[in-house]
Design a protein around this ligand. Structure first.
Ligand code: SD4
Length: 333
């Protein structure tokens, strides 16, 4: 049944004459977007996508670019203390350390990311600095933290000094939950209804520029050093002008195995609408990762005309489009 529907989709997505040209150049850096939108579009994951979108729209109204909008939206959620899956208020890894991942990308192929960083209040801004001030795409761990100090980004000092598991870095709520978890110590990282909420965001500005960003603490009680899909360009986020962009949330391992965001953008390049592209990528995630009942992945996509799509493995994936919260359709509905 699944194989049949993928085959039908693959046929529907076979490259069309006009779109196929874009496949010939591996990088479309100079390509102008086909139809700049009449007004900017912002799209972001989960309920906190709403405040993120509002911040992004405000930045765009101020004359900011899509890149500025994505950074501004992600920063709002990084500071949102009750949110325990983004920013320094997050649940820690199994050893009691909050380690953060983030990435940012533009349709012109510029990208920056940080992974496994501690003490950085705004990993999304550090990812942008990696993109703008280094010749690299991804910095991790101590090297990323050293770069953060060099750039004088906002750090939480006590986290820089905190070597003891469960030390001063944890918010009281996160520490309470982690200590309760320690009494069971079952190592079963999974993303489900209780354990999710990465903020991933796509923005398209009036000049027709698109950007994507993502920031997260990843899985609660993950192994120390574990990195998910969110800081991996092509997995958690991907944008390519003049085709479109895609962003993910959910169990990162399943997205890493399929390079989910890249998959969705390539489906759009082959002619799929953003909605079809999300469905295609999610069905591939399911096909590659076995029984989907135990994990969640949500995907959002947008093309350069501002059309959007959303799909998830399971029910319950909410997202924000402009100022509105929506429920995505799902494969296991
Ligand atoms: C990860 N994809 O680290 C992230 C987690 C996430 O909603 O998206 N949660 O696997």
């Amino acid at each position: 049944m699944l194989a049949a529907s993928l085959a039908v989709f693959a046929a529907a997505c076979a490259p069309r004459g006009d779109r196929d040209d874009s496949l010939k150049s591996s990088s479309s850096e100079t390509a102008a977007p086909p139809h700049p939108p009449a007004r900017p579009v912002v799209l972001a994951t989960w309920n906190h996508g709403l405040p993120a979108n509002l911040a992004g729209l405000a930045r765009l109204a101020d004359g900011g670019s899509a890149l500025d909008a994505v950074e501004a939206g992600c920063r709002v959620v990084e500071l949102d203390c009750p949110d325990m899956t983004v920013g320094l208020g997050s649940r820690p890894d199994r050893d009691g350390f909050v380690t953060l991942d983030a990435s940012i990308m533009t349709g012109e192929g510029r990208a920056g990311a940080v992974a496994f960083v501690r003490g950085v209040i705004h990993p999304i801004s550090l990812a942008r600095l990696v993109m703008e001030r280094t010749p690299h795409v991804l910095l991790v761990g101590a090297g990323a933290e050293q770069f953060a100090r060099e750039c004088k980004v906002e750090l939480r000092d006590e986290c820089q000094r905190c070597d003891a598991p469960g030390g001063a870095c944890l918010s009281p709520a996160a520490e309470r939950e982690w200590r309760a978890w320690l009494t069971e110590k079952r190592y079963e990282p999974k993303i489900n209804i209780e354990n999710h909420d990465t903020i991933s965001m796509l923005a398209l500005d009036r000049e027709g520029r698109m950007a994507a960003g993502s920031t997260t603490s990843g899985l609660a009680y993950k192994m120390h050093g574990r990195v998910g899909d969110s800081p991996i360009v092509g997995a958690g986020i991907f944008v390519d002008a003049p085709i479109g962009g895609a962003i993910c949330t959910g169990l990162g391992e399943t997205v890493l195995r399929t390079l989910g965001a890249h998959l969705a953008v390539e489906a759009m390049r082959a002619g799929a609408t953003p909605q079809e592209a999300c469905e295609h990528a999610i069905r591939r995630v399911i096909a590659k990762n076995g029984d989907p009942s135990g994990y969640q992945v949500g995907m959002l996509a947008m093309d350069y005309a501002g059309r959007t799509g959303a799909f998830a493995v399971q029910r319950g994936f909410t997202y924000a489009l402009q100022e509105q919260l929506r429920d995505a359709a799902s494969a296991l509905a």
